[in-house]
Design a binder for this molecule. Sequence first.
Ligand SMILES: Nc1ncnc2c1ncn2[C@@H]1O[C@H](COP(=O)(O)OP(=O)(O)O)[C@@H](O)[C@H]1O
Ligand SMILES: [Mg+2]
Length: 244
Amino acid sequence: MRVSVGKWTKHKLMSKDERLSSYLPDTQYLTRSSLNLMLDKYNQVMVKPCFGYQGLGIIQISSLSDEDFELHIGHRKIIVNGKENIYDYLKENHFPKKRQRYIVQQRIPLATINNNPFDIRVMVQRKKNSLEWTVTGKLAKVAANNFVVTNAAKAIVSVEYAIGISLVNNEKMKDIVSDLEEISLLIAGQLANSYTNKRVYGIDLGIDVEGKVWIIEANLTPAVSMFKFLNDGSYETINAYKRG
Ligand SMILES: Nc1ncnc2c1ncn2[C@@H]1O[C@H](COP(=O)(O)OP(=O)(O)O)[C@@H](O)[C@H]1O
Ligand SMILES: [Mg+2]
């Protein structure tokens, strides 16, 4: 049976693994009532299209007060009055006319560099005829000014550099890096049960302001070109794994 590659399906597959569930942000399939429930629970949530990519269509919603909510879309911010009006506002102005599915997710307070949030991409690959997963590259993507998504990255830097300049508690560096790798390998192993032919995963992970690692999403067709900017040999390793 073919398994959907949407964000909601992948979230459910990952949450089946107990070891992964504690790293997954609280996530619901978006409905009028799940949006209201999530806004009661969290000050900030992200609404994301199940089949979106490159950060397109992602909306950050922040409670400013009981009545006022800020919707951050691309580089634009809009205020909506009344929690119960947000769903209608989105439906009217942002959701495409053709049926689209969304998830709503707790926003992770991502660590920042110069006030811009960053997140991590970890490449996990296996060679042809091998079942062993290997981390072949990792980097940090820093969001452009005024964006809540890092896809249109302002900078690509090494993970160690990003952690080093953003987190006060530098002693945690080694633990964070090994968490990032361990979680990525677990995700590949778990998703491999469903996407049996895949040999590459591009895992997006967040590190919050306290140094805790969170799972943002697992990409099934990750781009490789951003690794060119690192000059740490990962670009070559990733391509070697792709070939064989
Ligand atoms: N729950 C979240 N908390 C904080 N930032 C998020 C969250 N979800 C997504 N983002 C930001 O938006 C970016 C794009 O989200 P992602 O789920 O990777 O969708 P896409 O498929 O569009 O890349 C992430 O890389 C991250 O910067
Ligand atoms: Mg992504």
